[in-house]
Design a protein around this ligand. Structure first.
Ligand code: 3PG
Length: 371
């Protein structure tokens, strides 16, 4: 994989695919982490050439036509202010100005998601160097994240992309001293992740609805808690590794709107109650601490105060931990910003789905194309 920082850019036409897919409400950007994360590559390129076109997607519009609701105009405004300069917003690759510009939401272009050769060539032929920096979209085999890389004369990974791959890979290399924490609601959506992490980790602590399925598989009463019965067999096989760490205490209530939460032992859950949060037992991690801790997924329904304690204590433990802490995933990032700050963690991935696929041991299409 070639890296942006090693290339000579002076006099070149450069295109960069970034992931600026951020939540926007009525023109207001609600979270700009991904925009800031794209800056190092953009600023690096601008030091050598002004001939730069920035490409991103936003949301999931119907492909092939313009839809104002998914226009990247608010994002362009953010960059105009941040870079303190005018930036053109172009609607096709034929009329690029030769100076810093954005191309409208790439998902307005026919053939993006189907990775059409036509669009991939159009993108690739518009630049001398094509930079892939959209790690959060690296799991999509689209024209701008796969085809254009393959068809470019020279394609490379951007600074964010390189950082993401290096940091996440550092946790997964054979022989690393790793503990993992996997929360979230369903075992089925994280099957590959848990399996792969069981191979690589000393222990895997489970939380959220995932923990319920494991608790039941281990023979415990879980009352009316969320559980995937068809996953009990596989959960049992995973328990047999001896590496799964189950919660010792759980928070139960009648429903998500019930605020009279009780904390009970994992083996004394009343039949009429639901587990909606778990107690984070930090001893599991502080005793024989591993060099790296990898975290994805909340431990309870942290959006509701009454069930946020587990995730809150986990975030506060991790933000002070001496281990190298690597976290990622949409809800995980949201929890970190709710209870602490991203800069208190050693590495927080900008990716959601791509982070999970990477943890699951899959080769992401963009990485395959870059290699
Ligand atoms: C994300 O937010 O996970 C990425 O931008 C990918 O978006 P997508 O799931 O719509 O492809």
């Amino acid at each position: 994989m070639k890296n942006l920082v090693d290339l000579e850019l002076v006099g070149k036409r450069v295109g960069i695919r970034v992931d600026l897919n951020v939540p926007i409400d009525n023109g207001t950007i609600l979270n700009s982490e991904r925009l800031s994360a794209a800056l190092p590559s953009i600023l690096h390129i601008l030091k050598q050439t002004d001939n730069l076109c920035i490409i991103t997607h936003l949301g999931r519009p119907n492909e092939g036509k313009y839809d104002e609701q998914f226009s990247i105009k608010p994002i362009v405004e953010w960059f105009k202010k941040r870079l303190n300069r005018d930036i053109q917003l172009c609607t096709d690759f034929k009329s690029l100005p030769g100076s810093l510009c954005f191309i409208e939401n790439i998902r307005f272009f026919d053939g993006e998601s189907k990775n059409s050769d036509k669009l991939a060539y159009e993108i690739a032929n518009s630049f001398d160097i094509y930079v892939m920096d959209a790690f959060a979209t690296a799991h999509r085999k689209a024209a701008s994240t796969y085809g254009a890389i393959k068809k470019s004369t020279l394609a490379c990974a951007g600074i964010l992309f390189q950082n993401e791959v290096e940091n996440i890979s550092s946790a997964l290399v054979e022989g690393s001293s790793l503990s993992s924490i996997v929360g979230g609601s369903k075992v089925s959506t994280k099957l590959e992740v848990i399996s792969n992490l069981l191979n690589k980790s000393e222990k895997v602590l489970v939380g959220g609805g995932i923990a319920n399925t494991f608790l039941k598989a281990a023979g415990n009463e879980i009352g009316r808690s969320l559980c995937e019965d068809d996953m009990l067999g596989i959960a049992n096989q995973m328990l047999a590794t001896g590496k799964i760490v189950l919660p010792r205490k759980v928070m139960v209530a009648d429903s998500t709107s019930d605020e009279s939460v009780e904390i009970v032992s994992f083996d004394s859950v009343p039949q009429n109650k639901m587990i909606l949060d778990i107690e984070f037992n930090e001893e599991v991690f502080s005793k024989n601490a591993s060099e790296i801790i990898l975290w994805n997924g909340p431990l309870g329904i942290f959006e509701i105060d009454a069930f946020s304690k587990g995730t809150d204590s986990l975030v506060s433990y991790l933000s002070k931990s001496n281990s190298k802490v690597i976290a990622g995933g949409g809800e995980t990032i949201f929890a970190i910003t709710k209870f602490s700050r991203i800069d208190k963690f050693d590495y927080v991935s900008t990716a959601g789905g791509a982070f999970l696929e990477f943890l699951g041991g899959r080769e992401l299409p963009s990485i395959q194309a870059l290699n």
